[in-house]
Design a protein around this ligand. Structure first.
Ligand code: SF4
Ligand code: SF4
Length: 310
Protein backbone atom coordinates (compact mmCIF):
# COMPACT_ATOMS: atom_id res chain seq x y z
CA UNK A 1 0.00 0.00 0.00
CA UNK A 2 1.33 3.45 -0.94
CA UNK A 3 0.55 6.73 0.80
CA UNK A 4 0.62 10.21 -0.73
CA UNK A 5 0.23 13.35 1.42
CA UNK A 6 -0.69 16.72 -0.05
CA UNK A 7 0.39 19.60 2.16
CA UNK A 8 0.92 23.36 2.00
CA UNK A 9 2.36 25.97 4.28
CA UNK A 10 -1.03 27.55 4.86
CA UNK A 11 -4.71 26.89 4.22
CA UNK A 12 -6.50 27.96 1.03
CA UNK A 13 -3.73 26.85 -1.34
CA UNK A 14 -5.96 24.33 -3.14
CA UNK A 15 -5.02 21.09 -1.33
CA UNK A 16 -8.61 19.89 -1.10
CA UNK A 17 -9.30 20.72 -4.76
CA UNK A 18 -6.31 18.60 -5.80
CA UNK A 19 -7.00 15.75 -3.38
CA UNK A 20 -10.60 15.51 -4.60
CA UNK A 21 -9.45 15.67 -8.24
CA UNK A 22 -6.89 12.90 -7.64
CA UNK A 23 -9.58 10.78 -5.99
CA UNK A 24 -11.61 10.92 -9.19
CA UNK A 25 -8.57 9.99 -11.29
CA UNK A 26 -7.21 7.15 -9.17
CA UNK A 27 -8.48 3.65 -8.56
CA UNK A 28 -8.47 1.50 -5.43
CA UNK A 29 -7.91 4.56 -3.27
CA UNK A 30 -8.80 5.52 0.28
CA UNK A 31 -9.08 9.18 1.18
CA UNK A 32 -7.85 10.53 4.50
CA UNK A 33 -8.98 14.08 5.24
CA UNK A 34 -6.35 15.09 7.82
CA UNK A 35 -7.14 18.80 7.52
CA UNK A 36 -9.37 18.38 10.54
CA UNK A 37 -9.63 22.13 11.23
CA UNK A 38 -11.18 22.75 7.81
CA UNK A 39 -12.53 19.39 6.70
CA UNK A 40 -13.77 20.30 3.21
CA UNK A 41 -13.40 17.01 1.33
CA UNK A 42 -16.78 15.79 2.66
CA UNK A 43 -18.38 18.92 1.15
CA UNK A 44 -17.31 17.76 -2.33
CA UNK A 45 -17.53 14.00 -1.91
CA UNK A 46 -20.74 13.76 0.18
CA UNK A 47 -19.74 10.63 2.12
CA UNK A 48 -22.13 8.07 3.57
CA UNK A 49 -21.09 7.52 7.16
CA UNK A 50 -20.22 3.94 8.16
CA UNK A 51 -18.92 4.53 11.67
CA UNK A 52 -18.29 7.44 14.08
CA UNK A 53 -15.93 7.18 17.07
CA UNK A 54 -14.95 9.61 19.82
CA UNK A 55 -11.34 10.77 19.99
CA UNK A 56 -10.13 11.50 23.51
CA UNK A 57 -7.89 14.54 23.68
CA UNK A 58 -6.31 16.39 26.60
CA UNK A 59 -7.74 15.63 30.02
CA UNK A 60 -9.98 18.08 31.80
CA UNK A 61 -10.04 18.93 35.52
CA UNK A 62 -13.22 18.20 37.46
CA UNK A 63 -13.95 19.42 41.00
CA UNK A 64 -16.05 17.31 43.36
CA UNK A 65 -18.08 20.05 45.04
CA UNK A 66 -19.02 17.70 47.89
CA UNK A 67 -15.35 17.59 48.93
CA UNK A 68 -14.43 21.18 48.00
CA UNK A 69 -14.20 23.66 50.91
CA UNK A 70 -13.85 26.69 48.63
CA UNK A 71 -10.36 27.59 49.86
CA UNK A 72 -9.45 28.96 46.41
CA UNK A 73 -5.97 27.39 46.21
CA UNK A 74 -6.75 25.74 42.89
CA UNK A 75 -7.87 29.06 41.38
CA UNK A 76 -4.68 30.75 42.60
CA UNK A 77 -2.42 28.04 41.19
CA UNK A 78 -4.12 27.54 37.82
CA UNK A 79 -2.14 29.73 35.43
CA UNK A 80 -4.71 29.25 32.69
CA UNK A 81 -7.53 30.88 34.70
CA UNK A 82 -9.64 27.78 34.17
CA UNK A 83 -11.16 27.57 37.69
CA UNK A 84 -14.30 29.70 37.77
CA UNK A 85 -15.77 31.67 40.69
CA UNK A 86 -18.19 28.86 41.55
CA UNK A 87 -15.35 26.28 41.46
CA UNK A 88 -16.40 24.68 38.24
CA UNK A 89 -13.91 24.35 35.36
CA UNK A 90 -13.97 26.30 32.10
CA UNK A 91 -13.36 23.47 29.58
CA UNK A 92 -12.04 25.90 26.94
CA UNK A 93 -9.30 27.21 29.28
CA UNK A 94 -8.26 24.02 31.08
CA UNK A 95 -5.10 22.48 29.60
CA UNK A 96 -5.29 19.34 31.74
CA UNK A 97 -1.91 20.12 33.34
CA UNK A 98 -2.98 18.53 36.68
CA UNK A 99 -1.47 21.29 38.90
CA UNK A 100 -4.82 21.77 40.66
CA UNK A 101 -5.06 18.06 41.49
CA UNK A 102 -1.74 18.32 43.35
CA UNK A 103 -2.50 21.70 44.96
CA UNK A 104 -5.94 20.84 46.34
CA UNK A 105 -5.66 19.98 50.07
CA UNK A 106 -8.98 18.11 49.99
CA UNK A 107 -8.24 15.85 47.02
CA UNK A 108 -11.36 17.29 45.44
CA UNK A 109 -9.94 17.62 41.91
CA UNK A 110 -9.43 14.85 39.42
CA UNK A 111 -8.67 14.72 35.70
CA UNK A 112 -11.31 13.30 33.40
CA UNK A 113 -10.92 12.22 29.78
CA UNK A 114 -12.57 14.58 27.35
CA UNK A 115 -13.76 14.11 23.80
CA UNK A 116 -11.83 16.36 21.39
CA UNK A 117 -13.62 15.24 18.26
CA UNK A 118 -15.02 12.37 16.25
CA UNK A 119 -13.27 10.20 13.70
CA UNK A 120 -15.58 9.10 10.91
CA UNK A 121 -15.26 6.19 8.48
CA UNK A 122 -17.30 6.72 5.30
CA UNK A 123 -17.89 5.66 1.75
CA UNK A 124 -17.78 8.16 -1.13
CA UNK A 125 -18.42 7.78 -4.85
CA UNK A 126 -14.65 7.44 -5.30
CA UNK A 127 -14.00 4.98 -2.49
CA UNK A 128 -13.73 4.84 1.29
CA UNK A 129 -12.79 7.90 3.32
CA UNK A 130 -11.61 8.59 6.88
CA UNK A 131 -12.18 12.08 8.23
CA UNK A 132 -12.84 13.92 11.47
CA UNK A 133 -15.12 16.42 13.14
CA UNK A 134 -13.39 18.64 15.66
CA UNK A 135 -15.23 19.36 18.93
CA UNK A 136 -16.30 22.98 19.60
CA UNK A 137 -13.35 25.05 20.81
CA UNK A 138 -10.90 22.17 20.21
CA UNK A 139 -7.73 22.57 18.18
CA UNK A 140 -6.47 20.17 15.54
CA UNK A 141 -4.20 17.67 17.23
CA UNK A 142 -1.66 15.15 16.02
CA UNK A 143 -3.62 12.52 17.92
CA UNK A 144 -6.80 13.16 15.93
CA UNK A 145 -4.84 13.15 12.65
CA UNK A 146 -3.15 9.89 13.65
CA UNK A 147 -6.55 8.34 14.36
CA UNK A 148 -7.81 9.42 10.93
CA UNK A 149 -4.76 7.83 9.29
CA UNK A 150 -5.25 4.59 11.24
CA UNK A 151 -8.85 4.36 10.13
CA UNK A 152 -7.73 5.03 6.54
CA UNK A 153 -5.30 2.09 6.75
CA UNK A 154 -8.07 -0.14 8.15
CA UNK A 155 -10.40 0.91 5.32
CA UNK A 156 -7.63 0.22 2.78
CA UNK A 157 -7.23 -3.28 4.23
CA UNK A 158 -10.96 -3.94 4.32
CA UNK A 159 -11.57 -2.76 0.74
CA UNK A 160 -8.24 -4.00 -0.70
CA UNK A 161 -7.14 -0.50 -1.70
CA UNK A 162 -3.63 0.16 -2.94
CA UNK A 163 -3.29 3.86 -2.21
CA UNK A 164 -4.12 6.31 0.58
CA UNK A 165 -4.54 9.93 -0.49
CA UNK A 166 -4.00 12.27 2.45
CA UNK A 167 -5.34 15.81 2.44
CA UNK A 168 -2.90 17.26 4.97
CA UNK A 169 -3.35 20.09 7.47
CA UNK A 170 -1.74 23.47 6.71
CA UNK A 171 1.44 24.64 8.44
CA UNK A 172 4.34 22.61 9.77
CA UNK A 173 3.14 21.78 13.28
CA UNK A 174 2.25 18.58 15.06
CA UNK A 175 -0.83 17.73 12.92
CA UNK A 176 1.27 18.02 9.72
CA UNK A 177 3.97 15.77 11.14
CA UNK A 178 1.27 13.24 12.03
CA UNK A 179 -0.10 13.51 8.48
CA UNK A 180 3.19 12.92 6.63
CA UNK A 181 5.00 10.40 8.86
CA UNK A 182 5.53 7.14 7.02
CA UNK A 183 4.15 8.35 3.68
CA UNK A 184 5.83 7.39 0.41
CA UNK A 185 5.56 10.78 -1.25
CA UNK A 186 4.61 14.33 -0.26
CA UNK A 187 3.26 16.86 -2.72
CA UNK A 188 3.82 20.40 -1.44
CA UNK A 189 1.47 22.95 -2.91
CA UNK A 190 2.72 26.52 -3.07
CA UNK A 191 1.47 29.91 -4.18
CA UNK A 192 3.58 32.68 -5.75
CA UNK A 193 3.60 35.08 -2.82
CA UNK A 194 6.29 36.07 -0.32
CA UNK A 195 4.65 33.96 2.38
CA UNK A 196 4.01 31.15 -0.13
CA UNK A 197 7.73 30.75 -0.85
CA UNK A 198 8.55 31.00 2.85
CA UNK A 199 5.93 28.34 3.68
CA UNK A 200 7.24 26.08 0.90
CA UNK A 201 10.75 26.27 2.37
CA UNK A 202 9.48 25.32 5.82
CA UNK A 203 7.43 22.44 4.42
CA UNK A 204 10.44 21.12 2.48
CA UNK A 205 12.63 21.40 5.57
CA UNK A 206 10.07 19.26 7.39
CA UNK A 207 9.84 16.57 4.70
CA UNK A 208 13.65 16.62 4.47
CA UNK A 209 13.87 16.04 8.19
CA UNK A 210 11.64 12.97 7.86
CA UNK A 211 13.48 11.88 4.67
CA UNK A 212 10.24 11.73 2.70
CA UNK A 213 10.46 11.99 -1.10
CA UNK A 214 8.96 15.34 -2.02
CA UNK A 215 7.58 16.98 -5.14
CA UNK A 216 6.02 20.41 -5.59
CA UNK A 217 3.32 22.21 -7.53
CA UNK A 218 2.61 25.94 -7.87
CA UNK A 219 -1.05 26.91 -7.73
CA UNK A 220 -2.24 30.19 -9.34
CA UNK A 221 1.27 30.61 -10.78
CA UNK A 222 0.06 33.44 -13.04
CA UNK A 223 -0.94 35.83 -10.24
CA UNK A 224 2.79 36.63 -9.79
CA UNK A 225 5.03 35.05 -12.43
CA UNK A 226 8.17 36.65 -11.00
CA UNK A 227 7.58 34.97 -7.64
CA UNK A 228 6.74 31.72 -9.45
CA UNK A 229 10.22 31.86 -11.03
CA UNK A 230 11.70 32.26 -7.53
CA UNK A 231 9.79 29.18 -6.40
CA UNK A 232 11.08 27.26 -9.41
CA UNK A 233 14.64 28.34 -8.58
CA UNK A 234 14.20 27.21 -4.99
CA UNK A 235 12.87 23.80 -6.11
CA UNK A 236 15.88 23.33 -8.42
CA UNK A 237 18.27 24.26 -5.60
CA UNK A 238 16.51 21.93 -3.16
CA UNK A 239 16.40 19.02 -5.60
CA UNK A 240 12.61 19.03 -5.58
CA UNK A 241 10.80 18.19 -8.82
CA UNK A 242 8.27 20.88 -9.70
CA UNK A 243 5.56 18.79 -11.35
CA UNK A 244 2.98 21.40 -12.39
CA UNK A 245 2.04 25.06 -12.61
CA UNK A 246 -1.68 25.51 -12.20
CA UNK A 247 -3.18 28.79 -13.43
CA UNK A 248 -5.70 30.88 -11.54
CA UNK A 249 -9.06 29.45 -12.61
CA UNK A 250 -12.69 29.92 -11.61
CA UNK A 251 -13.27 26.18 -12.06
CA UNK A 252 -12.01 25.47 -8.54
CA UNK A 253 -14.83 27.41 -6.84
CA UNK A 254 -17.43 26.57 -9.49
CA UNK A 255 -16.75 22.83 -9.12
CA UNK A 256 -16.85 23.05 -5.33
CA UNK A 257 -20.18 24.89 -5.42
CA UNK A 258 -21.59 22.04 -7.51
CA UNK A 259 -20.05 19.48 -5.11
CA UNK A 260 -17.93 18.08 -7.93
CA UNK A 261 -14.23 17.54 -8.42
CA UNK A 262 -12.62 19.71 -11.10
CA UNK A 263 -12.28 16.58 -13.24
CA UNK A 264 -16.02 15.85 -13.00
CA UNK A 265 -16.87 19.50 -13.59
CA UNK A 266 -14.62 19.88 -16.64
CA UNK A 267 -16.09 16.72 -18.21
CA UNK A 268 -19.35 18.64 -18.79
CA UNK A 269 -17.93 22.11 -19.29
CA UNK A 270 -17.50 24.03 -22.55
CA UNK A 271 -15.16 26.46 -20.86
CA UNK A 272 -11.75 25.88 -22.43
CA UNK A 273 -10.08 27.28 -19.31
CA UNK A 274 -11.78 24.63 -17.16
CA UNK A 275 -10.86 21.83 -19.58
CA UNK A 276 -7.26 23.06 -19.74
CA UNK A 277 -7.08 23.22 -15.93
CA UNK A 278 -8.39 19.66 -15.64
CA UNK A 279 -5.83 18.47 -18.20
CA UNK A 280 -2.97 19.96 -16.18
CA UNK A 281 -4.31 18.15 -13.10
CA UNK A 282 -4.49 14.90 -15.12
CA UNK A 283 -0.87 15.29 -16.20
CA UNK A 284 0.14 16.09 -12.62
CA UNK A 285 -1.61 12.95 -11.41
CA UNK A 286 0.12 10.86 -14.11
CA UNK A 287 3.50 12.17 -12.90
CA UNK A 288 2.64 11.38 -9.28
CA UNK A 289 1.38 7.90 -10.13
CA UNK A 290 4.62 7.20 -11.96
CA UNK A 291 6.67 8.26 -8.94
CA UNK A 292 4.51 6.28 -6.53
CA UNK A 293 4.91 3.14 -8.59
CA UNK A 294 8.60 3.57 -9.41
CA UNK A 295 10.38 2.87 -6.15
CA UNK A 296 13.75 2.71 -7.97
CA UNK A 297 13.61 6.50 -8.29
CA UNK A 298 13.11 7.00 -4.59
CA UNK A 299 16.70 8.03 -3.91
CA UNK A 300 16.46 10.80 -6.46
CA UNK A 301 13.47 12.29 -4.68
CA UNK A 302 15.15 12.00 -1.32
CA UNK A 303 17.83 14.42 -2.44
CA UNK A 304 16.58 17.21 -0.27
CA UNK A 305 17.80 20.34 1.43
CA UNK A 306 18.87 18.48 4.51
CA UNK A 307 21.00 16.07 2.51
CA UNK A 308 22.82 19.02 0.99
CA UNK A 309 23.84 20.53 4.30
CA UNK A 310 27.55 20.03 5.05
S1 SF4 B 1 -5.73 20.97 35.12
FE1 SF4 B 1 -4.34 22.74 34.99
S2 SF4 B 1 -5.37 24.07 33.55
FE2 SF4 B 1 -6.93 22.64 34.23
S3 SF4 B 1 -7.89 23.67 35.96
FE3 SF4 B 1 -6.26 22.38 36.81
S4 SF4 B 1 -4.50 23.75 36.96
FE4 SF4 B 1 -5.98 24.74 35.61
S1 SF4 C 1 -8.18 23.69 46.12
FE1 SF4 C 1 -9.62 22.01 46.37
S2 SF4 C 1 -10.79 22.55 48.18
FE2 SF4 C 1 -9.75 24.40 47.54
S3 SF4 C 1 -11.21 25.42 46.20
FE3 SF4 C 1 -9.98 24.18 44.88
S4 SF4 C 1 -11.06 22.24 44.70
FE4 SF4 C 1 -11.95 23.33 46.43
Amino acid sequence: MRQLAIISGKGGCGKTTLTAAFSSLSENTVLADCDVDASDLPLILKPQVLKTEDCLGLELASIDLKLCTGCGICRETCRFGAVLENFTINPYSCEGCAVCTVACPENAVSLMPRVSGQVISSITRFGPMAHAKLGTGEEASGKLVTMVRKRAVELADRYSCKLILIDGPPGTGCPVMAAITGTDLVLVLSEPTVSGLHDLKRAVELTSHFRIPTVACINRYDINEKKSLEIEAFCREAGISLLARLPYADITTEAMMEEKTVIEYAAHSRDTGAVEFANIVRNLWAEIEMRLSDSSKKEMYSKTLLDRKP
